[in-house]
Design a protein around this ligand. Structure first.
Ligand code: HPA
Length: 263
């Protein structure tokens, strides 16, 4: 059986393998253009740049439902995502990696579910989801993908935190310092703009999902100012490691059902 894996590249990650061919996928939420595909032995790999190849789509305008539906339609079983984040925990520094195990949703204006109309999702095992759907998000990120990210980053000799709470804001602006204090008080570790609703839609579509977060800055008020330029610069410095970890994660097998993501 061919295993199908997708990588969603965030800020700073705009490609993965040479010789990928581009495909367009139509979905009930709009067409997804610019998915790239390559087959390596018995694995089919899809790559999508979340913000477009020239970073033209801001976080609040990403068509998350179309993107995840496209992967569902292609039969993808696992999604490996990357996110640029700010650290709101003093001990976690720019250049460190965090593999979050929780999120807090502070987004405001995003279509966040497939199940707000007449969508029916039919799965390969014969099950369907439709109508009013309430899913469990006690552990919102796939533990198997998380473990693999952590061990591969450790073997790259990178500072990596296993677990953390990703506070997802609406963006596209950065936060005020008072907001960062609030996010610290409610238990946040990181602040970013894009893990939601990506992570929750993936679970609705029975796709395992985890994200590799690179800290590019401290949250507002913990350093003088926050700029997109520093986000890009820290990603540029770490892009080779990130691409190696993503590629090595792909060669791990995620076939055995050892997680609860698809239940
Ligand atoms: N806030 C929100 N999103 C981010 C940040 C930040 O400080 N850094 C990178 N993405």
């Amino acid at each position: 059986m061919v295993e199908k894996i997708a990588v969603i590249g965030g800020s700073g990650v705009y490609d993965l393998f040479d010789d990928m061919s581009a495909i367009d996928v139509d979905t009930p939420y709009g067409d997804v253009k610019g998915i790239e595909m390559v087959r390596l032995e018995d694995t089919e790999i899809y790559f999508l740049s979340r913000h477009g190849s020239t970073h033209s789509v801001p976080p609040h305008k990403v068509n998350y439902r179309a993107n995840i539906y496209a992967f569902f339609k292609l039969g993808v079983e696992s999604i490996f995502s990357t996110n640029a984040v700010g650290s709101i925990s003093p001990k976690i520094k720019p250049g460190h990696f965090v593999i979050p195990d929780q999120f807090i949703d502070m987004t405001k204006n995003r279509a966040s579910t497939f199940f707000d109309g007449d969508t029916t999702l039919e799965f390969g095992d014969g099950t369907i989801r439709k109508g009013v759907v309430h899913l469990d998000y006690t552990s919102p990120y796939c533990p198997r993908i998380r473990d693999t990210f952590v061990s591969l980053l450790k073997s790259e000799k990178k500072k990596v935190y296993d677990g953390g709470v990703y506070v997802c804001t609406e963006g596209p602006r950065f936060e005020s310092s008072a907001e960062i204090v609030m996010y610290q008080k409610i238990g946040g570790t990181l602040v970013g703009m894009t893990t939601l609703p990506e992570a929750t839609l993936a679970r609705e579509a029975k796709i395992c999902y985890a994200t590799l977060c690179l800290v590019t800055n401290y949250g507002a008020g913990m350093q003088e100012t926050v700029s997109h330029e520093e986000v890009v610069e820290v990603f540029r410095e770490n892009i080779n490691v990130i691409q190696r970890v993503l590629k090595n994660t792909i060669t791990h097998s995620f076939k055995e059902p050892l997680c609860n993501c698809k239940k």
